[in-house]
Design a protein around this ligand. Structure first.
Ligand SMILES: CC(C)(COP(=O)(O)OP(=O)(O)OC[C@H]1O[C@@H](n2cnc3c(N)ncnc32)[C@H](O)[C@@H]1OP(=O)(O)O)[C@@H](O)C(=O)NCCC(=O)NCCS
Length: 242
């Protein structure tokens, strides 16, 4: 994968065997996006306490619909979703798979044809919330972090966090997955890695890929096999009518 988010000229084709990750800034006027959302999504948007949180949600979900609609050649407001038993949203029909993550001003949408995918973006705070490692990181991950400090510790902390959450979202279990029961690389330089999975996932071949740098955030995707091409794109809302 390239180490930058590329600006596409037009909308790139999404061939089989490839994942496209799109990053966007969500802090903008949500009016155009609202028109694309379902009644249920609009109700969810209305429950946010501040205009900023509402805008982030609306813009992220409108972008998701635009990207899926373009990949399927279907109007974005006609898409129908369902959830798996752990809450992972999926399209009601077809083999297009996707996952969404948002944190602070950023959202990332990952999609692929017939390829399960998980994505996570996390706004970085320095120092990092180390109490999260105490409850959600494996013993091996905590041991690595214990030997680090300063910006190196922060980078390792978020590499672990985004890789773990991308994996849990890829397999579709979210926080129902025991986060302490599997181990990911804590080396920020190891931009592609394989997790050490728990026994019930023995035989699975999940791969983790860090996405290119984002201002003030870290992001990773998880895919279920080797050899999947991953491209990172900029989603410029204005160009998509958002
Ligand atoms: C998925 C989950 C790990 C997300 O964590 P997060 O860091 O807060 O948020 P992210 O922005 O990375 O991801 C949120 C998106 O992931 C997707 N998602 C939700 N459940 C998911 C799951 N089980 N697997 C993969 N993706 C999931 C949704 O698109 C969601 O976006 P939305 O809330 O705007 O619709 C977590 O919310 C989860 O496990 N949810 C399902 C179970 C649940 O709701 N438990 C409540 C606790 S009792």
């Amino acid at each position: 994968m390239s180490d930058t988010w590329a600006m596409p000229s037009g909308v790139p084709d999404l061939p089989p065997g490839h994942i496209h990750a799109w990053r966007l800034r969500t802090e903008r006027d949500p009016a155009a996006g609202l028109a694309l959302l379902s009644a249920e999504e609009r109700q969810r948007a209305d429950r946010f306490r501040t205009d900023l949180l509402r805008a982030r949600y609306v813009v992220a979900h409108a972008a998701l619909r635009l990207l899926l609609g373009r990949a399927l050649d279907v109007p974005p407001n006609r898409l129908r979703f369902r959830r798996n038993s752990w809450g992972k949203p999926e399209l009601a029909e077809g083999d297009l798979r996707f996952n969404l993550s948002h944190s602070g001003p950023w959202a990332v949408v990952a999609l692929g044809r017939g390829i399960e995918v998980g994505v996570d973006v996390e706004a970085v705070s320095h120092p990092p919330p180390l109490e999260v490692a105490g409850i959600a990181y494996s013993a091996a991950e905590r041991a690595v972090l214990a030997g680090l400090s300063g910006p190196v510790l922060t980078a390792a902390f978020y590499a672990v966090w985004t890789r773990k959450e991308a994996l849990s979202k890829g397999i579709g279990r979210g926080f129902s997955f025991d986060f302490t029961g599997f181990t990911v690389s804590a080396d920020p330089a190891e931009r592609t890695s394989r997790p050490v999975l728990p026994p019930d996932l023995a035989g699975a071949d999940w791969h983790l890929h860090d996405l290119p740098p984002l201002e003030g955030a870290a992001a990773a995707v998880a895919v279920p096999s080797a050899g999947i091409g991953i491209a990172a794109w900029r989603f410029e809302p204005g160009l998509w009518g958002l």
